[in-house]
Design a protein around this ligand. Structure first.
Ligand SMILES: [Zn+2]
Length: 115
């Protein structure tokens, strides 16, 4: 038998935690077993529940970042259309009348604006 592998101590939780000991990078958790040989923190059901919660938090964070990126893209699009819109509106106000062609150009530009 490999001398470096210690037998599982039944008076402790079965879970192997990370250790700073280079010879034993994984050691048995020191807590008393409460359920199925595991402490409440390391019981597989508790680990799965924490992972589900962490995944949900991560997904919410990603969704939030995606929404922020979309807002930034939309803002850049709006800003990029400002000079063109300003030019069209200036032409409309200088001519004192909105020609059908000018009206069409304004509608086309408005359609490009992100909602
Ligand atoms: Zn444990």
């Amino acid at each position: 038998m490999n001398q470096l592998v210690k037998a599982v101590d039944p008076s402790k939780c079965k879970y192997k935690v990370r250790s700073t000991d280079v010879w034993h990078p994984r050691r048995q958790c020191n807590k008393a077993p409460k359920l199925d040989g595991y402490c409440l923190q390391h019981h597989p059901d508790a680990l799965a529940k924490r992972k589900r919660e962490a995944d949900a938090r991560w997904k919410a964070k990603c969704d939030e970042m995606d929404a922020a990126a979309k807002r930034a893209r939309d803002d850049r699009t709006r800003l990029s259309l400002v000079p063109e819109m300003a030019a069209l509106l200036t032409r409309a106000s200088l001519g004192k009348v909105v020609t059908p062609e000018l009206s069409q150009q304004i509608d086309t530009l408005l359609a490009k604006l992100p909602m």
